[in-house]
Design a protein. Structure first.
Length: 168
């Protein structure tokens, strides 16, 4: 949200090298406002992953809300990046599935977590080709079997699965 703070981070050689190789972050000069941050971090993520009951404040949608201790009408994120980082690092309230889990910055309730995952269909042929390429190397160089990396169903007792048909 702050071009100045972003530049401070980019002045770190390690960060600069990494970001230029992997992202367009080093070329950005614009600053996001609070509405754009909410869209990027909440609404867009829900849409990208195909969750049709999340990502907006609409009756019938899951109430997953974070409330931060800052007033967007009185703070200038481009000039006060430390205040933004502090506020975003510790929500004052967190509401998950309509239940208050964090109040006044303290955890007041712990509930079983849902595992949200997207079952992308439409890449089966490409996946098979990749696996045929990867598996011989995996067997040769890894001491752990590939099957040990799979997440078994009993580790996700509350799954929320969204199936998406990928476009080719």
């Amino acid at each position: 949200m702050s071009a100045e703070r972003r530049q401070e981070m980019m002045d770190n050689l390690e960060v600069r090298v990494w970001s230029y190789k992997r992202t367009g972050l080093g070329t950005l000069d614009r600053e996001y406002d609070f509405n754009e941050i909410a869209t990027i971090t909440r609404a867009s993520a829900a849409k990208i992953y195909g969750y049709q009951d999340r990502g907006e404040l609409t009756p019938g949608y899951n109430a997953d809300i974070a409330v931060y201790d800052l007033n967007p009408n009185t703070i200038d994120p481009s000039k006060e990046p430390a205040a933004i980082e502090k506020a975003f690092g510790n929500a004052m309230y967190t509401i998950k599935d309509g239940q208050i889990l964090v109040k006044d910055g303290e955890v007041v309730k712990v509930v079983p977590s849902h595992t949200l995952w997207t079952n992308v269909q439409g890449f089966e042929e490409q996946e098979k080709a990749v696996m045929e390429e990867v598996m011989p190397r995996f067997r040769r160089y890894y001491t752990v079997k590939f099957e040990n990396y799979q997440v078994q169903d009993h580790f996700t007792p509350y799954p929320t699965i969204t199936t998406v048909q990928a476009s080719k």
